[in-house]
Design a protein around this ligand. Structure first.
Ligand code: SF4
Ligand code: SF4
Length: 446
């Protein structure tokens, strides 16, 4: 049976002793002896015990770990940042037809707003949340699908909304109007663009396909990545959706990228960083996701393999440890759909269950907006078992979107965390956190 007081401690055997990891505080230290439980730890001597405390590894059994958990949970939920992050899916339209697209079953004819109407919404949200700054991430569909629209949108925004600070985009990377898009990214000083590459050319091209010609998109994206690197200062996040079809060849893709973009991947401040994503079913499922999303334990092994491929090559990645929080219960993140409705999950744009409020409510009834919003931030309750689960700090209680789509009461990832966490900690031990939740990997401790 798990000892309640030490449930957040992991003891991971390695060649030089034992890694001690506190899942709640993320404190991590290597001790030069074999430790299987907290009693053996106390035999290690005061010097080591003090070192563990310095690393925020809590050993005091009288600590109220429930209060600590709530404190850490709420710190992430209500981060003391004077900004609101708006992920703005201004359109569902897209030049791709990806096999797992989450929007494939939602319908593409959703009403779109005028640029002025969108900026009016951004401003209203700024007032409702009483923040000083706005960060906007352009999303879709494909956010650069109609570059004239985006140009107008950013023009109106910069003229009328001095609070707009950082701009980013999640794009498929095959810009329908290449030169205009690159100029716009430069002109508005985009901080980053996220582009998906799903494996080496052959695999990527089977999954991310041009809608009109049904041909692969790899070459166009590669040419655009090169042009972005050479003609702008924007950082590029290479996102990959990992599943049964591509996990074994992820390393091949990395080798290709490293050969082609070495100086931007390994510079002191890398312009190219990587993100490893897992796949979810779209509403109503898709043939691809049905056959390629593995069972949980298998998915854990696959994800670990891919993470190790990244660690072997010492690249920089976005948080790989899992989080206590997702956008659904984070206070300062909202998602806008094409018609101006607010959602709390990017995967769920268009699904009524995840719609917090429509445009009229945001503009005319801010009090009603706040009442609805609070139901998502404070009202959605995970499985009651989650708060006593040792993996809660890296899980946050499972995914509401997955539970909804798969018609389950809860979406529990316990078997995945069980398989992945010890090896992830071995990678974390060697990694360097170069920015909040961004890690330069350096292999792992054996
Ligand atoms: S690029 Fe994105 S929005 Fe477009 S089809 Fe692919 S997954 Fe869907
Ligand atoms: S969803 Fe499962 S693994 Fe995650 S915190 Fe809850 S009980 Fe733990």
């Amino acid at each position: 049976m798990e000892d309640d007081k030490i449930k957040y401690l992991l003891f991971i055997p390695v060649n030089d002793g034992t890694l001690i990891f506190n899942i709640l505080t993320r404190g991590l230290e290597l001790v030069p002896c074999t430790i299987n439980n907290i009693r053996e730890l106390y035999d290690c001597g005061n010097e080591i015990l003090n070192k563990l405390k310095e690393k925020m590894i809590i050993l005091d059994e009288s600590v109220d770990s429930d209060a600590l958990l709530k404190y850490i949970y709420n710190t992430f939920r209500y981060r003391a940042e004077d900004k609101l992050i708006i992920t703005d899916a201004w359109t569902y339209r897209c030049n791709f037809s990806c096999v797992y697209c989450l929007q494939q079953n939602i319908g593409v004819n959703n009403k779109e707003l005028l640029p002025e109407e969108r900026v009016e919404l951004w401003s209203a949200l700024k007032d409702i949340f009483r923040v000083k700054y706005l960060d906007v991430v352009l999303f879709g569909g494909e956010p650069f699908y109609d570059i004239n629209y985006v140009e107008k949108l950013l023009n109106v925004a910069t003229d009328n909304l001095p609070e707009l600070r950082n701009i980013g985009a999640v794009t498929n990377g095959a810009f329908p109007s290449k030169n205009k898009t690159i100029n716009l990214i430069k002109k508005y000083d985009f901080k980053y663009v996220q582009i998906t590459l799903d494996g080496p050319e052959e695999i990527h091209n089977q999954r991310r396909i041009f809608k009109d010609s049904a041909t692969g998109t790899w070459n166009v994206i590669q040419s655009n990545i090169r042009d972005l690197l050479e003609n702008t200062d924007v950082n590029i996040v290479i996102h990959s959706v990992i599943d049964s079809q591509n996990w074994e060849v992820y390393g091949e893709m990395l080798d290709f990228m490293i050969k082609k973009y070495r100086k931007w991947i390994y510079s002191e401040y890398p312009r190219i960083i990587f993100n490893l994503g897992m796949e979810s079913h779209p509403f109503g499922f898709s043939y691809h996701t049905k056959i390629n999303i593995p069972r949980l334990k298998e998915y854990g092994k696959i994800y670990l393999h891919v993470l190790k491929e990244a660690a072997k090559r010492n690249i920089t990645v976005i948080d790989f440890m899992g989080s206590i929080m997702c956008s659904l219960n984070k206070n300062n993140e909202v998602i806008l759909g094409p018609d101006g409705a607010v959602y709390k999950c990017v995967s769920a744009i268009g699904l009524p269950f995840f719609r917090v409020a429509d445009r009229k409510t945001i503009l005319n009834s801010p009090e009603k907006f706040i009442i609805n919003y609070s139901k998502y931030i404070e009202g959605l309750k995970p499985n009651p078992d989650c708060f006593s689960c040792k993996y809660f700090p890296v899980c946050g209680g499972g995914c509401y979107y997955n539970a909804y789509i798969e018609n389950k009461k809860y979406d529990c990832w316990y078997p995945i965390h069980d398989i992945m966490l010890p090896d992830m900690v071995k990678i974390l031990y060697k990694a360097e956190e170069v920015n909040f939740n961004i890690y330069k990997l350096h292999g792992w401790i054996e």
